[in-house]
Write a protein that binds this ligand. Structure first.
Ligand SMILES: NC(=O)c1ccc[n+]([C@@H]2O[C@H](COP(=O)([O-])OP(=O)(O)OC[C@H]3O[C@@H](n4cnc5c(N)ncnc54)[C@H](O)[C@@H]3O)[C@@H](O)[C@H]2O)c1
Length: 440
């Protein structure tokens, strides 16, 4: 009581695109106020009704977010039996009492009694919880399997690491891969498939940036038809984007990320101290994704200090991916600015850095959206300089975009910051003019 389950539950449900069921409110809407229910029929009657509502909520075919107290033995038994992720919302007793005293809650009338109940119930709650969390981001992390911890805590017989990261952070890795994009090749995948001595219950750990985690995740998805894997991202791009959401893949000479699989990690472990050795240009690549996330979320996430920035961006991406794990809808918003960026990268023969390309792509997406102020903000934050590439080659690449439908590029635009629109088809002249403006 007083943990914030109604408020946090509603926010989590909205972010995950799931229905929200607040057991207390459901009871009140059918049985009248809980205060009266307690007074007239006693606590045990309330507990019986609570358990029944919880069972009904969990029997629904559509997955939902359910807010429920776990005071009753029946409820706790149910929570252990049900195939549901049970997240314990952390709250200290002072905050909880502050929130509930003076309210018409039957069990929040006497402070000493409230504190005693809190202490005696806490271990019982812990027994039934699969995870603990503070706030809505914490619940999203629990649902996505994201944990903030030292990379040293993650142990495995099969560690695949970027060789530079392994050296810089003294990571003992049985399998090292070349730094950066060179890791994402069929040859590297084959080398790992043949060198791994795992059984189907093994877990593969991948330490490195998006290149290493994309490769290792793909190898994990395909080795013995799929083994568990844990990415430990070492770049800002990895921590706010690449290691979250289960997209894995490798490149072919024909195109980047042409072969891959969706394979959600068993866990993602984020250790922001790994970023201490990150070179400046890699920070810049990450900054572009942070600005993209801030525009999609409608929050100035770029203003936050690094660890908080990582948390908020990671939580945003995780929620979008949980909502749409196989990119059939909402997840496409993560492509904001990327249609232009990919075209410029391809036209440059991949000499243009991803961060610079995304910076340019974001200004174009804001301008096509009619958001001049946001376009200028992106310019101020990322300082993207127009690039010298062949216009015809850039246009041809844009028209070939992987996400095109019947040859027509599908853009992500913004109605306003925080309000993305996906699958927008834009007039050819508008698109050409926007792309041209990015090229000198
Ligand atoms: N799966 C996804 O959803 C997803 C999302 C975004 C990007 N990606 C992919 O991620 C890749 C890019 O990954 P990236 O930007 O994380 O970089 P990266 O893995 O390509 O690494 C870039 C460079 O940074 C170095 N590096 C990494 N961590 C370091 C550290 N802690 N200290 C010092 N140097 C370090 C690497 O050795 C390398 O030289 C692309 O292939 C892209 O397609 C995937």
């Amino acid at each position: 009581m007083g943990a914030g389950k109604s408020t946090i539950g509603a926010e989590v449900a909205q972010r995950l695109g799931r229905p929200f069921l607040d057991v207390d409110r459901e009871i009140e809407s059918t049985h009248g106020s809980i205060w009266e229910l307690f007074a007239e029929q006693g606590e045990s009657a309330f507990r019986e009704i609570e358990a029944r509502f919880l069972r009904e909520a969990c029997d629904r075919r559509e997955p939902a977010v359910v807010a429920v107290g776990a005071g009753a033995v029946e409820t706790r038994e149910l929570l252990t039996e049900l195939d549901a992720l049970v997240v314990l919302l952390e709250v200290d007793v002072d905050t909880a009492w502050e929130r509930v005293h003076g309210s018409r809650r039957p069990l929040a009338q006497d402070e000493a009694e409230f504190r005693r109940r809190y202490e005696s119930r806490r271990p019982l709650y812990e027994q039934v919880a699969n995870a603990r969390a503070e706030g809505a981001d914490g619940v999203v992390f629990a649902a996505a399997g994201i944990r903030f911890a030292s990379h040293r805590e993650v142990r495995s017989d099969a560690v695949v690491a970027d060789e530079r990261v392994a050296e810089l952070h003294r990571i003992e890795a049985k399998h090292t891969v070349p730094p950066g994009e060179a890791a994402k090749s069929v040859a590297q995948a084959e080398r790992l498939w043949r060198a791994l001595l795992l059984d189907r219950r093994s877990t593969l750990v991948a330490v490195g940036g998006g290149s290493t985690t994309d490769l290792a995740g793909f190898v994990a998805a395909t080795y013995m038809r799929g083994v568990a894997w844990i990415p430990v991202p070492s770049t800002l791009v990895g921590q706010v984007d690449a290691a979250i959401g289960g997209k894995t893949g490798i490149d072919l000479p024909e195109a980047k990320n042409l072969v891959g699989a969706f394979h959600w990690p068993a866990e993602t472990v984020i250790d922001t101290t790994l970023l201490e050795t990150l070179p400046e240009e890699e920070w810049a690549n990450g900054a572009a994704e942070v600005v993209k996330t801030g525009l999609l979320a409608g929050e100035s996430l770029w203003e936050l200090p690094a660890p908080e920035q990582v948390r908020r961006c990671a939580a945003f991406k995780a929620a979008v991916c949980l909502r749409d794990p196989f990119e059939r809808g909402a997840r496409a918003q993560l492509n904001l600015g990327h249609t232009f960026a990919h075209a410029l990268e391809a036209a440059s023969g991949y000499t243009l850095s991803h961060g610079k390309a995304v910076g340019l792509g974001l200004t174009a997406a804001c301008r096509v959206s009619g958001l001049e102020e946001e376009a200028r903000l992106v310019e101020e934050l990322l300082r993207p300089e127009p690039v010298r590439v062949d216009r015809a080659a850039a246009w041809a690449a844009l028209a070939r975009d992987k996400k095109s439908v019947a040859g027509r590029p599908q853009l992500v635009l913004l109605e306003a910051p925080g309000k993305p629109r996906i699958g927008v088809e834009v007039d050819e002249e508008v698109l050409r003019a926007a792309l041209d403006a990015l090229i000198v």
